[in-house]
Ligand binder design. Structure first.
Ligand code: PBG
Length: 307
């Protein structure tokens, strides 16, 4: 009766990895229970999730090297498998909330989120590419775009691109406080998208910084973001609370790949009770102030509830 916090399936977004082809279901070795799925298999997965109350999905493409280039050309090619799949998913499940990823890294031969020249990431030149990518994704009928690239000014730029093209109803979940973190490695395995040189510290945030998250959030608010996201979640619960206390937009937290893998690895060794730690982790993220949680545990959590 006096319990203050409850996590429900309504709070969760399930990130999914898409691959080209048919009948593909390939486990990500560093993320037990998480698969790269071809469109047909992903449709089945989404159908299964909807039945247990998971209704929102964030879909990432795993792109073969031969399709990667310096300017992420495939990211806005309407015939590319990612965009074709999104169209198919929204056609079959219009009731599912579909979020897409806006960043160059899955399609970039440099493995960076922005355009690279002479070893530097070019902020403003990247915006143009992100704009084309956003428009191509919006045209498939998706509901939320998720700019995970961390270029300055991209929320305002993308909002304008969307509005000018009639996509006023597509929301933006901004990766507001995305830290340059060691917890993303399993995700980079899943997409085969690790940077080819250097790191992402010139565009992602310094884990030491808190006040800077307020600046990022203020800018995103002014530029038209519909959600503010903190990423990773568990090592940044203070940042989630900080944004929750200072902004009235919905706050999202991304319980990232490394946070998932740590629990899975320890549970496999019998060192932790995986289910218990999963629930405790999600509860902590919500208690810290997250309204929405992106988590690889989404389906497992839902199945666990229904058992
Ligand atoms: C990159 C992107 C990353 C994640 C989501 N989008 C990794 C990175 O910044 O290198 C990480 C998600 C996770 O670890 O689960 N645009």
């Amino acid at each position: 009766m006096v319990e203050e916090t409850k996590v429900t399936t309504d709070d969760l977004i399930f990130p999914l990895f898409l691959v080209d082809g048919h009948n593909q279901k390939i486990e990500v070795s560093s993320m037990p229970g998480i698969y790269r799925l071809s469109t047909d298999m992903m449709l089945k997965e989404i159908e299964g999730c909807l039945k247990v109350g998971i209704r929102a999905f964030d879909i990432f493409p795993a792109v073969e090297d031969q399709h990667k280039d310096a300017t992420a050309t495939k990211s806005y090619d309407p015939k590319f498998f990612y965009l074709k799949a999104l169209r198919e998913i929204k056609k079959q499940f219009p009731e599912a909330c579909i979020m897409t990823d806006v960043a160059m890294d899955p399609y970039s031969s440099d493995g960076h989120d922005g355009l690279v020249r002479d070893g530097k990431i070019l902020n403003d030149e990247t915006l143009e590419i992100l704009g084309k990518m956003t428009l191509a994704q919006a045209e498939t009928g998706i509901d939320i775009i998720g700019p995970s690239d961390m270029m300055d000014g991209r929320v305002g730029y993308l909002r304008k691109v969307l509005d000018e093209n009639g996509f006023t109803e597509v929301s933006i979940m901004s990766y507001t406080a995305k830290y340059a973190s060691g917890f993303y490695n399993p995700f980079r395995d899943a997409l085969d998208s690790a940077p080819k040189f250097g790191d992402k510290k010139t565009y992602q945030m310094n884990p030491a910084n808190r006040t800077e998250a307020l600046i990022e959030a203020q800018l995103d608010l002014e530029e038209g973001a519909d959600f503010l996201m903190v990423k990773p979640a568990l090592a940044y619960l203070d940042i989630i609370r900080l944004l929750k206390d200072n902004f009235n937009l919905p706050i999202a937290a991304y319980n990232v790949s490394g946070e998932y893998s740590m629990v899975k690895a320890a549970a496999q060794k019998g060192w932790l009770d995986g289910e218990r730690v999963m629930k405790e982790s999600l509860l902590s993220i919500k208690r810290a102030g997250a309204d929405v949680i992106l988590t690889y545990f989404a389906k497992e959590f839902a199945l666990n509830l229904n058992r």
